[in-house]
Design a binder for this molecule. Structure first.
Ligand SMILES: Cc1cc2nc3c(=O)[nH]c(=O)nc-3n(C[C@H](O)[C@H](O)[C@H](O)COP(=O)(O)OP(=O)(O)OC[C@H]3O[C@@H](n4cnc5c(N)ncnc54)[C@H](O)[C@@H]3O)c2cc1C
Length: 435
């Protein structure tokens, strides 16, 4: 049993302290509950800038924030770094990696992971960008490939190591493609003068007929134009049908030789045992009603990426973005307050504040509710909004300095290959992911 003394207050247990869990926890301050936060990491992470860490543009510490620091001034808040395995809904208990814990109200906010649509090959050979561990592995492997390309035994092997295939043309795929194209242009030429004219070749593969399909066709066209101008090969209406350690096959039958497959195409709920099977969609996300309550469980809620909730305007569910997670958390905190006072609960209605994606220096697309624009202005808006959304003054400052440095010097900060003990960081032609 996890030892947290019970008080006369009802206990809300929050699983996961991403955008949803963190917002809820903060908003529950002074609402009269004991709050227990469980997360398998001891930090809050900022996924919208993962691609900059993956492409060696930012240090990981500037997009992570220690959870204990956030909750120093919160009375009757209890944080435990544990992995939650399952729920016992009969006894209102959670089973975790460090024992059980009871709850009065349970809020599942444990987010999402990669979905590979049943392709075990893709799962084995591609690299994802859903956690900071995956992102660091991607960065190390990418830099290692460039090093190995210098000692490659044949031009074919060198080309394979210098070819990057990104699968999925949503915002994450577009942003990492743009960042790698910039790295290719401004950094590789200086770091690896031996390559002379040989640069990385970057493919972006998208099954639909346009990239950024959640945005307007105009933004999609602009983004594609930006990417192509930067040398990215954008293949739309193209499915990746298979892969092995050194190639990706597409539906035309063509095979692209590559030492780096980046997977941004699918999303599935992180697993959680103990709930009825009919609470889940096929991809593991948890179906909730308009109060974010899990069907059949009056005291269990799910918010953020793990939940799927429909409303008239979103018959297939909301987009899996930070604003949905934050707004659901804000309303749930208010509703938990209302529950305490036996008041009627409010239904969730998503307020879309807009979407944006950046491709590179002076190249971004922004769609706000009243206006859409692209190019330089969009890029500055993108930077401002992301900078303001990062937690912590120090992190804001670090990122600002990094961006300003990069803007004026065209250089990137962290081209270091760092592996934990036990993972070889000098591998002659070993391209597989370390355990
Ligand atoms: C690469 C990338 C780029 C993105 N870019 C944008 C963007 O530009 N704009 C935007 O709005 N959205 C973006 N998103 C989406 C956005 O990050 C998510 O919608 C948001 O993070 C969802 O918040 P959440 O709290 O539901 O989940 P998360 O932020 O994923 O948090 C989940 C938390 O649960 C914890 N956890 C997971 N499983 C367990 C367990 N079993 N036990 C204990 N703890 C657990 C994790 O450690 C984590 O802290 C991006 C996502 C990615 C991956």
């Amino acid at each position: 049993m996890i030892n947290i003394p019970k008080t006369e207050k009802k206990r809300v247990v929050i699983v996961g302290c991403g955008f949803a869990g963190l917002t809820l926890a903060k908003k529950l301050k002074n609402k009269g509950y004991q709050v227990v936060i469980l997360d398998k990491h001891n930090y809050h992470q900022f996924p919208p800038l993962f691609y900059q860490v993956a492409s060696a543009g930012l240090e990981e510490s500037s997009i992570l924030f220690p959870l204990r620091k956030i909750f120093q001034q919160y009375p009757d808040y209890h944080l435990r770094k544990v992995e939650v395995k399952s729920v016992d809904t009969i006894n209102n208990t959670l089973n975790t990696s460090s024992g059980d814990i009871e709850y009065d109200y349970l809020v599942l906010a444990h987010g999402a992971t990669n979905a590979y649509f049943g392709s075990s090959e893709m799962q084995k050979h591609s690299r994802g960008m859903k956690t900071i561990a995956e992102v660091l592995d991607l960065r190390n492997s990418l830099l290692m490939n460039f090093e190995n390309a210098l000692t490659a035994q044949s031009p074919e092997e060198r080309d394979m190591l210098m070819t990057i295939v990104i699968i999925g043309g949503g915002p994450s795929g577009v942003e990492i493609a743009g960042a790698l194209a910039e790295m290719n242009k401004y950094v590789l030429s200086k770091d690896y003068p031996e390559f002379k004219e040989i640069r990385a070749k970057i493919y972006l593969i998208e099954a639909l007929d346009r990239v950024l399909s959640s945005m307007s066709p105009k933004s999609s066209d602009k983004a594609r134009g930006f990417l192509e101008k930067m040398g990215v090969h954008v293949l739309t209406n193209t499915m990746a049908t298979g892969c092995d350690e050194k190639s990706v096959t597409i539906d035309s039958g063509k095979s692209i030789k590559t030492g780096m497959i980046i997977w941004t195409a699918g999303i599935a709920g992180n697993s959680m045992g103990g709930l009825n099977a009919d609470c889940f969609l096929r991809n593991g996300r948890i179906i909730v009603d308009s109060y974010n309550r899990v069907s059949g469980y009056p005291n269990i809620f799910a918010i953020g990426d793990i939940s799927v909730q429909t409303e008239e305007k979103y018959p297939k569910g909301h987009p899996q973005v930070a604003q949905v997670a934050i707004q659901q958390a804000q309303l749930l905190a208010e509703n938990l307050g209302r529950m305490k006072n036996n008041q009627i609960l409010k239904q969730f209605k998503y307020k879309d504040l807009g979407t944006m994606a950046t491709v590179g220096r002076h190249l971004a697309v922004v769609e706000l509710p009243s206006v859409s624009f692209q190019g330089v202005a969009a890029w500055f808006v993108w930077m401002f909004i992301h900078l303001m959304s990062i937690i912590g003054v120090k992190n804001k400052l670090l990122i600002f300095i990094n961006w300003a440095w990069k803007y004026f010097t065209y250089d990137q900060s962290t081209r270091l290959i760092l592996r934990p003990k036990g993972c070889a960081d000098i591998s002659s032609n070993n391209y597989s992911t370390p355990e």
